[in-house]
Design a protein around this ligand. Sequence first.
Ligand code: FNR
Length: 196
Amino acid sequence: MSSFQRPSVAVVVGSVSKGSLNRKFAGALARLAAPKLDLKFVEIGDLPIYDYELEAALPAPVRRFKSEIEGADAVLLITPEYLRSIPAALKNALEWGARPYGKSSWAGKPAAIAGVTPGAIGTAVAQSHLRSIATVLELIVISQPELYIQIKPETFDANGDIVDPALRDLLTKFIDVFAAWVARQNHQTLLAAANF
Ligand code: FNR
């Protein structure tokens, strides 16, 4: 990452549905973040179900997925809540990214977590599960601000942007903190690489 480039952020949306609210939210967040962070969507819908017997010759979608994660400066996980946890599709992607042993695509990446739902608790339980998994993956995740967001019919305008100024402010704060976090972690990585 050179000084004049925005850091790139691999965005993994935990829903494979075309009309996903989380995908729509991620799009709105990407537009808000654009001055500071380059959010790139990394698809998970074509990944096979994790099977260690596939590790000897990684399927093409797995190789594509792992290289897109590894090529990014940071990771943003945006999860729906299914059955008070994360969707199986997201868990599957997290498993592939962690494997083969010793070749994790996640370890040491600065990261953030968010999620939206029409439900009242705003994916809080799913995100809590995801934070536990992120620890095992050695993702370095920001804690605040937390984004537990309940989507209502009036949340998005016709362009898919966020209408509520208070929510836009919260998202802007989230982006500012995350961008600072990415810069700090990458600086430390550079110093470590140079043996300072
Ligand atoms: C849900 N939904 C849901 N919502 C929630 O707030 N807590 C939950 O535990 C669940 N559980 C759940 C399980 C399953 C199998 C489905 C299909 C749905 C509702 C969910 O939030 C809603 O469908 C969202 O639209 C899912 O996000 P995406 O896929 O639209 O991004």
